[in-house]
Design a protein around this ligand. Structure first.
Ligand code: FAD
Length: 469
């Protein structure tokens, strides 16, 4: 045991940091966790996944009420109360954040300090005047919103994910700069609450990392809901006009009484003094290897701060690996099968490679697609916009036996964010696609869509489907 007070000091008490601290403690290390905010939980709990998905789900209630009116089940749409919508969001955030309170860590012997930390030397941190010495460190600082250097933007009121969730009144006309997953999810949610919503985006297409059919389904859904999209426009200025905020571009403009900037993320490493610990950065993000070691051998990094896949589930996976390794273990990250979900309605979920990526990199590629309009669960629910697309490839030595090995899946439709995990398990386990087709799925479940898609890789499956046509 070294003379330093701690074996492992973790900086940042979001998902990655909390998980790293718990994992290191589980390995027997003396651990301290330093978080600058007054509560543990980080972005996901307070400014990211949890409040945004609480709004998305409440917006689905609102949409279902409209569907009930259309179906003649309700005579008229009851008025929506935005204050109750916010109260529900706040309650859910509190309930989930409660699981990440200090006691979860202190009860297992982790010391928790709330102060902004900065390195004063390779093995020493200053946390609000208190010096913390440790043999190894885990840096889990997350990211901050990127706000583009747009002329006029600093003189108009705007929100980011750090302020949006304190809104007290429903904007009448919400303007959103940025059509990434965050911008689109919130656009659909606020539209369903009753705001007019316009989204402005520099790129000509949305959701470019998804299969093109999935992006097209998202466009259809947003169009049906009445979200106004301005794609492929380079905003040149922002200005205030009366109570409105206006975004201008060559040949056009859009305005609203509230503006949300959702244009991506920046590394949040400034201020920690990582150079004093000998840690190299790459455009602000911390460079790591498969064991999450940085360029300084006693410093590990995990989560968004590494600039990899910016998801909570990845932050948790990396936190576990970094925590175990900082405590003396030899774990490696395994990010072969990382699901991603865009929580639109219909949900858009993907894992592994797209068809185009597979055709570029792999051999013996085949694709099977099955529309939700042929899935009885989706038909019963009358939510048939969507599909399952499975991408398979030749498996080394075994070729296309068993329909080939599953290398990618795109699912669009209700519960896609749940269904994708069956494909995740198959990819992680290097399973033949035939296993999905062989496995008996309950009728009428949404999961049958995967079985039916996989069956298309086999003559019998195709023949049975022909009969259905
Ligand atoms: C609107 C929105 C919606 C999202 N939705 C999803 C989703 O549905 N699913 C999903 O998987 N991901 C989602 N994400 C991404 C997800 O929130 C992040 O990937 C995740 O929170 C990253 O966790 P982390 O621990 O790496 O960083 P963070 O949670 O950001 O934690 C970093 C912590 O470090 C602290 N810190 C920083 N500097 C210091 C310092 N010097 N000293 C002490 N403490 C410091 C910060 O205060 C913070 O608490 C969303 C993000 C946004 C913005």
């Amino acid at each position: 045991m070294s003379a330093r007070a701690f074996d492992v000091a973790v900086v940042g008490g979001g998902t990655a940091g909390i998980t790293a601290a718990l994992a290191a403690r589980h390995e027997g290390a003396r651990v301290v966790l330093v978080e600058r905010a007054s509560r543990l939980g980080g972005e996901c709990a307070f400014f990211g996944c949890v409040p945004s998905k609480a709004l998305v789900e409440t917006a689905r209630f609102a949409h279902d009420l409209r569907r009930a009116v259309e179906a003649g089940i309700l005579a008229e749409l009851p008025p929506l109360d935005f204050r109750s919508i916010c109260a529900r969001r706040a309650r859910i955030v509190e309930e989930i954040a409660h699981d990440e309170r200090d006691e979860r860590c202190t009860s297992v012997g982790i010391e928790v300090f709330h102060a902004a930390a900065r390195f004063t030397g390779p093995y020493e941190l200053d946390a609000g005047g208190r010096l913390i010495q440790a043999d190894r460190f885990v840096v889990a600082l997350g990211t901050k919103p990127f706000v583009p250097p747009l002329p006029g933007l600093d003189s108009v009121p705007y929100m980011t994910n750090e302020t949006l969730f304190s809104l007290e009144h429903l904007p009448r006309r919400l303007l959103i700069l940025g059509a990434g997953p965050t911008g689109l999810e919130l656009a659909q949610a606020f539209r369903r609450f009753g705001s007019e919503v316009a989204v402005v985006e520099r790129l000509p297409e949305i959701l470019q990392s998804e299969e093109p059919e999935a992006a097209a389904a998202a466009l259809r859904a947003l169009g049906r809901d009445g979200v106004e999209l301005h794609l492929g426009v380079e905003v040149t200025a922002a200005e205030r006009r009366g109570d409105d905020v206006v975004l201008r571009w060559d040949g056009g403009e859009a305005s609203g009484d509230a503006l949300l900037v959702a244009t991506g993320r920046l590394a949040a490493t400034g201020g920690l003094g990582l150079e004093r610990a000998g840690v190299e950065l790459d455009r602000g993000f911390v460079r790591v290897d498969a064991r999450l070691r940085t360029s300084a051998e006693h410093v590990y990094a995990a989560g968004d701060v590494t600039g990899g896949l910016l998801f909570t589930h990845v932050a948790a996976h990396e936190g576990r690996v970094a925590g175990v390794n900082a405590a003396g273990g030899k774990a490696e990250i395994d990010e072969r099968a990382v699901p991603s979900v865009v929580y639109l309605d219909p949900e858009i979920a993907r894992i592994g490679v797209t068809e185009a990526e597979a055709r570029q990199r792999l051999s013996g590629v085949e694709v099977a697609t099955w529309p939700m309009s042929k899935v009885d669960r989706a038909r019963i629910d009358e939510r048939t916009d969507g599909f399952v697309k499975l991408v398979t490839a030749r498996r080394r030595l075994l070729g296309r036996l068993g329909g080939g090995v599953l290398v990618g899946a795109q699912i669009v439709g209700p519960h896609a964010g749940e269904l994708v995990h069956e494909a995740a398990l198959a990819i992680q386990g290097r399973a033949f696609a035939g296993r999905l087709a062989q496995t008996i799925h309950a009728y009428p479940s949404a999961s049958m869509a995967l079985q039916q898609a996989a069956a298309q890789l086999f003559p019998l499956g195709r023949a049975l489907a022909e009969r259905e046509l």
